[in-house]
Each structure stands twice: as structure tokens, then as C-alpha cells.
Design a protein around this ligand. Sequence first.
Ligand code: PMP
Length: 397
Amino acid sequence: LFNNVPLAPVDPILGVSNAYKQCTAAKKVDISVGAYRDENGKPYVLKCVFEAEKRLLGAPKEYLPIDGIPEFNKVSAKLLYGDAMNGKEKNMVTVQTLSGTGAVRIGIIFVRKYLPAGTTVYISNPSWANHHNICKESGVPSAQYTYYDPKTRGLNFEGMIADMKAAPNGSVFVLHLCAHNPTGVDPTKEQWNVIADVMKSKNHIPFVDCAYQGYASGDLDNDAYSARLFLSRGFEMFSAQSYSKNFGLYGERAGALTIVSHNEKNIPLILSQVKMDIRAMYSSPPTHGARIVATVLQDPELTKLWIDELKGMSNRIKYVRQKLLDALVARNVPGTWNHIVDQIGMFTYTGLNPKQVEVLVQKYNIYLLASGRVSLAGLNDHNIDYVADAIKDAVTS
Ligand code: PMP
């Protein structure tokens, strides 16, 4: 019966992380997976989360409503859209989802069911690989738009705009709110304004993927610029929020999908359909992570503690960016490395090629993606020199 099941390809990110776990070498470094580590390389539970968990001890384990905890949905929309909401609440619906991935998935299914047949979802080149998987598995046509320029290791803004202009009117564009994964390259505010102009003239629909709010600049409002711009410019749009990175809630699967419609009469109808999809897929979302987020964001003291901790995490990443750059420059590693500090968020797209990456993995047990993406959270004072030595060897040998 099952003789025809082919082996699925290994996930490019999780596969590398598993290889690291299986590696028995005494000296090994994991800079593959996008999960925060403290200065000793250890996973970190935020103090505000710990405090919220103390308050939640013994909370009922009853099923949540299909669309999740109402207070969680409210604070999530507010966190992302802030003052840009400005009376638009009635034109928006937010549902709790299985983290950012679940939000993207439910949103893309909605695109397939309720946007005109054949609507294409445009994904940046490169992007988080799961965007493509989700479109494929949801039966939604997807295409790539120009984003990263390997020559400048920055944004190919002209190419991006040209692709937006060339796409059929009314296409969906998946845009990373900030701290673009995997490149760490974001448009400037001026460039976002131009993007919004072009998207408006083409009736394109923003699908803003928000996995790193607070990580890019350490400032939640600043990081939310693009989503707020689209909302205040009157777009009908989608946003997918994840609390994995900014709250450190990875495995708790806390996230939210928001859909914005011009016509408030559509909101209950949209909600009814989204709920039907959720019901058929997993019935209702998990309780714990969303309760933690709602507890923190409804309490000014805990919110302040969270913002301080978020700044702490974002500053540590900035610190290791600078340290890695300094270490490479001190070793006279051929090439330019300034992009390491110019890029933002959790990752740097180093520009190392697959052969060089292979040297790091095979010879030094330093695990990173074949694309050369490094998760900076895995670096610290104990391993940066080792990694810099290995990069020098990989680049010069
Ligand atoms: N979108 C992007 C761009 C991401 O980087 C991630 C996490 N790696 C997600 C969505 C989803 O994250 P999660 O489902 O773990 O919250």
C-alpha cells in the first residue's frame, strides 16, 4: 500500500539544525536556526514570560474559541498597527493562529478561496523557504520578485519595483515587516513609501509577514513602519504575526492573522470563513502562549519589562555583528564584510558560497545554511574567534 511514498526533501533549516544536534565533536557551533541564544549559547526564557506564567499557574485547560482569545487578538492588532488603527478596528479582523506559520497558512488559504481565481502570490527572492511550501501545499500559484542583490549585498530596489509594476494588477505580495529572513536587508522608510505608491497604483495586496517586530531596531513602533504605512494608506491587506522570536515563545505556537477590508460589512463574513477553515484543520488554537502574550501586553509593568528584554536581545545581536566584523577585519579575511553590520535582525547573509559553507561544516563543525545565512544569535564571546578563524580558512583555502 505504501510502496510508492517517496522520500521528502529535508527542510533546509531544520535539517542543518538536526545535523548539529547529532554531531558528537567537542567543539561545535550552531548558527543555523533562527532562535535566540544568550551570551553562553543557551536558550532564554524572558523574565516577563516567567512572571506571566507564575500568574497563569492553574489556569483552566478548556478549549479556546475557534478564533482564540479575544484579548490576545486585540492586543496583537494594537501591537502591530498602533496608532495607524485610528478608528479602522471595525474594518479589521484578527484571529489567533498556530504562530506565524499558521497565520501565513490560514491567510494563503483565504487567498485561494476568496481572491479572484489565479491570483498569484509574489515572494521575495530569496525568502523564508516555507513561504513557497505554504503556497504549493495550499494550491496557490506563487512567483518570485527581485529583492536581494548579491553584488551589493543589499536591496535591488529598482528590480523590486520593476517586478511589482510588471505583476498582474491585484497580485498578492508577501513582504517582510522588518528584519528580512534570510538576508537581513530591509527597504528604507523612503523606499517603503515608494513601494506603497506602486502597490496602490497596481491594486496589489500586501501580505505582511511579521516574525521579528522589535528585533530589527529594538523599537516596536519603528519596526512596524511598513504595516502601519499600508494600513494608513487604505490598503486591503493581510498580516501574519509571530511571537516566537520577540517573546521567545517558539514551541508555544502563538501568532495572529489580521485581515483588513474596505467594507466593514465583510468582516463578520470573513471571520466566519476563517473560523470554518480553522475548525476543519485543528479546531482551536493552543492556550498557553497566547495567554502569556495577553497577560504581558495588558499589564503596563510587564510590557515595560518585555520591551527592556527585547532591547537587550536586539542589542546583543548588534554586539555580535560588530564583533564578527572586527574579527574578520583583524584577520584580513579577503572580501568586504561591512554588510554584516549593515544588515539587521537575527541573520546575516554572509555571501559565503556553498563550497565555503561546506568547509565550515565538515572541517569545523560550524553549522549554517548552504545559502551562507548565519543566525547571529548562535554567536557569542566564546565562539566568535573560532568562527572567524574558520571563515578565514574557508575563504582562503
Ligand atoms: N515568517 C518568517 C519570515 C520567519 O522567519 C518565521 C520563523 N522562522 C515565520 C514566519 C514563522 O515562525 P513561527 O511559525 O515559528 O512563529
